[in-house]
Design a protein around this ligand. Structure first.
Ligand SMILES: Cc1cc2nc3c(=O)[nH]c(=O)nc-3n(C[C@H](O)[C@H](O)[C@H](O)COP(=O)(O)OP(=O)(O)OC[C@H]3O[C@@H](n4cnc5c(N)ncnc54)[C@H](O)[C@@H]3O)c2cc1C
Length: 358
């Protein structure tokens, strides 16, 4: 029998960032993962901190901006605990827009920023945005967690959570745990089990590839269109590779990579930057984004379940949103006023009727 202040299901970036924040505030924290920490979406990601992506829903902005403001302190804390500095790889993004309204670059101006870009029918603007390598982040985050008294259990699947009196009883594949409060951070799996009945989180598969950037190409920034992005790694062991992503597919929990989809992504990238057409392929993979019907995360008390909370459904932006998620959920759990209005992220918010059936 295990007793703890807080029990978190899911050791992805959301669960572990939250565990660190709650531990910092003096609470005892246990984290349970059905597999290996940080082996799912959180290390499949491209690593863009894309608060200004025009494909984000407008209501994501306050949470995204809060997260950007917390990112430097988050990385400093990981550095202090783990000894590992997580560097930014890019500090700007060329973002394409569907039309030429607003401030877009002329082909001449674009050719100064990225001479080998063929804009075709895209209209680009330059966005002040950073990216990092999620695998660096994952290594530092895990080392940081392990440097604390946070109790991390791998290969421990939470099967059910039951509110009893002032605590929550968690039934797992490795026995029963008791906690004063339980938080479901199981990403794409958040409503797959009986942990959050009635909520709609569903996996959206993303396939990606990594290529070696040809020596003839200088690629210091991210290039992003509506259907594709190219994210260079500029420092560390992966420097010199570019990530090309990503499909968005509704195919359940399937993570199989299809070479035809990879070839299509490569063709989209090569259309914009022809030098990428023959760049040696280094790796392919797929991950499962935790999506919600309105593409906003669920953050707050779980419906009809005392002392149970949910922090899941970060869809395409979980790397960006981790520091703010940890911050606002910790504020809720410790009774502090929230830094931002959380009503748009309430697990009880009304959702598009067609999507709740999941
Ligand atoms: C291809 C792709 C590209 C992306 N690019 C970006 C990007 O550029 N920028 C960005 O910000 N975001 C990006 N994302 C999104 C981001 O990766 C996710 O939003 C984020 O990783 C979600 O984190 P998480 O901790 O909720 O989920 P996960 O990392 O999936 O972790 C969930 C954990 O819960 C565990 N679990 C599940 N069920 C149970 C259970 N019953 N009991 C115990 N443990 C359980 C799993 O084993 C897993 O470890 C991308 C995602 C993909 C797939």
């Amino acid at each position: 029998m295990h007793h703890t202040d807080i029990c978190i299901a899911g050791a992805g970036i959301i669960g572990l960032s939250l565990a660190l924040e709650l531990h910092r505030r003096g609470l005892s924290v246990t984290v349970l993962d059905q597999g290996t920490p940080l082996a799912e979406a959180s290390t499949a990601a491209a690593g863009m901190l894309a608060a200004s992506d025009p494909d984000n829903p407008a209501s994501l902005r306050p949470l995204a901006d809060l997260s950007l403001s917390l990112y430097p302190a988050f990385l400093d804390r990981l550095h202090a605990l783990s000894g590992t500095q997580v560097p930014f790889h890019t500090r700007a993004t060329l973002q394409s827009h569907a039309d030429a309204s607003g401030e877009t670059f002329s082909p001449e101006a674009l050719s100064k920023i990225l001479p080998q870009l063929k804009p075709r029918n895209h209209h680009f603007t330059l966005i002040d945005e950073h990216s990092l390598e999620p695998r660096n982040l994952a290594a530092a985050l895990l080392a940081a967690v392990k440097s604390t008294s946070i109790d991390l259990h791998t290969s421990t699947q939470v099967l059910a959570a039951q509110s009893i009196g002032d605590s929550v009883e968690l039934h797992t594949t490795r026995g029963t745990f008791h906690a004063a409060k339980f938080i479901n951070c199981t990403g794409a799996w958040a409503t797959h089990s009986s942990l959050a009945p009635g909520l709609a989180v569903a996996p959206k598969k993303g396939q990606m590839l990594a290529v070696a950037i040809p020596s003839t190409l200088s690629l210091p920034l991210v290039v992003r269109t509506h259907g594709m992005y190219i994210v260079p790694r500029t420092t560390g062991p992966n420097a010199g590779r570019a990530i090309i992503g990503a499909t968005i597919e509704d195919v359940g929990f399937d993570k199989i990579v299809h070479l035809a989809d990879i070839a299509h992504l490569r063709a989209l990238a090569a259309d914009l930057i022809p030098a990428l057409a023959d760049a040696p392929q280094l790796e392919v993979w797929a991950g499962l984004r935790p999506s919600t019907p309105d593409e906003l995360p669920f953050l707050g008390p779980a419906p009809d379940a005392r002392n149970q909370f949910i922090a899941a459904g970060h869809y395409r932006n979980g790397i960006l949103l981790a520091p703010a998620t940890a911050h606002v959920i910790a504020q809720i759990l410790t009774g502090e006023p929230s830094a931002i209005d959380l009503s748009a992220y309430s697990p009880m918010r009304p959702l598009p009727a067609t999507a709740i059936a999941h």
